[in-house]
Design a protein around this ligand. Sequence first.
Ligand code: 1CP
Length: 343
Amino acid sequence: MSQSSKPLLNTLNGERQPTPPVWMMRQAGRHLAEYMELRKKAKNFLNFCYSPDMAVEATLQPVRRYGMDAAILFCDILVIPDALGQAVSFVTGEGPKLEAISDGEPLPEFDEAMLHDHLAPVYETISRLSESLDDCVTLIGFAGAPWTVATYMVEGGSSRDYAKTRSWAYQNPDGFQKLIDLLVDATASYLARQISNGAETVQLFDSWAGILPPDEFDRWVIKPAAEIVKRLRASHGDVPIIGFPRGAGAQYPAFAERSGVDCVSLDSTLPLDWAAKNLPAGMAVQGNLDNLLLLSGGDVMDQTARDIIDAFADRPHIFNLGHGILPETPVAHVERLLAVVRG
Ligand code: 1CP
């Protein structure tokens, strides 16, 4: 296998690197002063996502400041409901707001041409990034996984217990399946277009996968991911895919074996020795420092980072957090963590 000049892409392709490549989920935005400056110029958050000039700049900020091995597209998982016609707004301090949909109401139509038309600025952002990034940096595209995006569409925003979504899925699984199928179609098509515009890998964020019992996890998390992977393999067989079923716990190995992804992103709750032993041998993993430990910093952070690197010493490993970087995280802690990881 020929090595590219990109350590992160090589890792995803199964080639373990002497030093784990590193990036951090939600590295763009949130904790950077230069992001907050840029954010002031946008009319609202979605407008920011749909403005290639600003989105390119936000994507590049953490790469410039820290020399991360990857740039992740600056966008949000909720552009999919927005593009499907379920208007999304972000209220500062309150999170996303959508007009909730429920069982019995007609679902949005899937009109592929309309979807791509709406998301054209995102593709423009990706193609500009792909031309401007340094040779050693990997460009990551992403989308929310159907289950996680469905929770926002059904709850109308963030939720503590996802009761409406879970009730719908229990009471009328065939009806709920139609919503998931719609999201599989939209997400697969969206990711394929990100790849054809220059994304070198894509990550599927299933942030709320961890609340589902095993049968539900299989139907609403593993199967939709497997279908998206299958479609991307058909159109772009050589592009590696990262899956992040956050909170999946004991169900991580089943996801790793059956979704078809090339790499699983691990949250911080997994015991390292258990994960190293129970995930398929040789499979690439990404993770998994607690984002609060990065915020806290200090010797415990350094030691935990070394333990993570040691635990995955015999497989391809990308160093990352177990969930997104928190807004209050000091830049100095990120710098220190990078120094530890890179020796
Ligand atoms: O006003 C602002 O600046 C909005 C804050 C913000 C930002 C910077 C939101 C609102 N989204 C984003 C960007 C974003 N979101 C990225 C871009 C790249 C990066 O920051 O590095 C990515 C990858 C996401 C993904 C995302 N959005 C997820 C999955 C990952 C995760 O953290 O679990 C989820 C669940 C969302 C939904 C979302 N977007 C924003 C908010 C406040 C929320 C709700 C979160 C919740 O329900 O807890």
